[in-house]
Design a protein around this ligand. Structure first.
Ligand SMILES: Nc1nc2c(ncn2[C@@H]2O[C@H](COP(=O)(O)OP(=O)(O)OP(=O)(O)O)[C@@H](O)[C@H]2O)c(=O)[nH]1
Ligand SMILES: [Mg+2]
Length: 303
């Protein structure tokens, strides 16, 4: 699956990639140098290989893509990004996007389009001007994509939770029936009295009810390593598709369980008295759903 990030230089493409997929904090991006040509990064998600193409936005590079348009080919999701802090760039961004639209019109395969009105935050920027700029940008950019079926979001690297959810939804949308499952699970988690994180084996968080557990899409490093080790043991020791690991202590009622379903999905549960009958009843529906979720993913890969 190919995701193409396009926009003028400095609009925030590399920053979005780095904070969502590569563990960077928003502050780390302040020193980023402009991207030379384009960079491709691969990121496994639910067993799918996702390639993120970050198209450097300096003028000479933009011209080169428009000359050698094959670089855009096979794009599944096109993400045009607009810098809301830079009103003077809207027209130029719109010219660039309109040329890109022409390129895609000449291809047989049409990508999904997801517009990011980016830097929707008041970091070194006046709050009042932000809303005015957003309205202005929407008018100019909306016109370019009016004949396309597109989605749009106001985004900021300072709202990582939102950016991760946007990408999660885009990636999950690849699998039939999964979006609905994710929504149901999100609701289910709200009412369970324990910390729960559902991720894939690579540590991409899919749903959770704990704040501060992830950097972008990715789970905290210690938990990610833990899941990865459990998965290795599942394969080498248990030789089974699905397993459960349990941890507890004498001194307190704290417990931790991890379930791995179908070598693809992990359910991590942290809380008190997890082994009690009440809790096990409470959690049984969730576990059934997650087993089904994993089956759907595996089935999609087989097709
Ligand atoms: N306030 C704010 N600043 C951002 C945001 N995203 C990126 N930036 C800043 O914008 C600047 C440029 O970001 P980059 O990610 O390098 O821009 P780019 O689109 O990759 O630029 P090129 O590689 O030249 O095409 C950096 O100083 C970032 O810190 C955001 O959401 N809000
Ligand atoms: Mg860049």
């Amino acid at each position: 699956m190919k995701i193409s990030l396009v926009g003028l230089s400095g609009c925030g493409k590399t920053s979005i990639y780095a904070t969502t997929f590569a563990f960077k904090k928003p502050e780390d991006t302040e020193k980023f140098a402009p991207t030379v040509m384009y960079e491709v990064r691969n990121h496994p998600y639910l067993g799918l290989n996702v390639s993120i193409f970050d198209f450097g936005g300096q003028e000479q590079y933009r011209e080169s893509y428009l000359e050698k348009t094959e670089v855009f080919k096979e794009t599944d999701i096109l993400i045009p990004i607009i810098d809301l802090h830079d009103k003077d760039s809207f027209q130029e961004a719109s010219n660039y996007f309109s040329k890109i639209v022409n390129v895609f019109q000449s291809f047989e395969k049409k990508p999904r389009i997801v517009i990011f009105y980016h830097k929707y935050d008041s970091k070194n920027f006046e709050k009042e001007a932000l809303e005015v700029n957003y309205q202005e940008a929407k008018k100019i950019i909306g016109e370019i994509f009016k004949d396309w079926d597109y989605k749009e979001y106001k985004t900021s690297i300072y709202d990582q939770e939102q950016l991760s959810m946007i990408f999660r939804d885009l990636l999950v949308a690849n699998y039939k029936d999964l979006q609905k499952q994710v929504e149901n699970t999100q609701d289910l988690l709200k009412n369970i009295n324990a910390k729960i994180i559902i991720s894939d084996i690579n540590g991409n968080v899919i749903v959770h009810n704990v704040s501060g557990i992830s950097t972008g899409l990715q789970l905290r490093a210690d938990l990610r390593d833990f899941i990865s080790s459990c998965n290795t043991l599942r394969e080498n020791f248990f030789r089974s598709d699905s397993v459960k690991f349990a941890g507890s202590t004498e001194e307190s009622e704290k417990e931790m369980n991890i379930y791995i379903f179908k070598y693809i999905l992990s359910v991590l549960i942290m809380g008190e008295n997890l082994s009690s009958k009440e809790f096990q009843d409470e959690i049984s529906q969730l576990l059934k759903d997650m087993e089904l979720f994993a089956q759907l993913v595996v089935k999609a890969h087989e097709e």
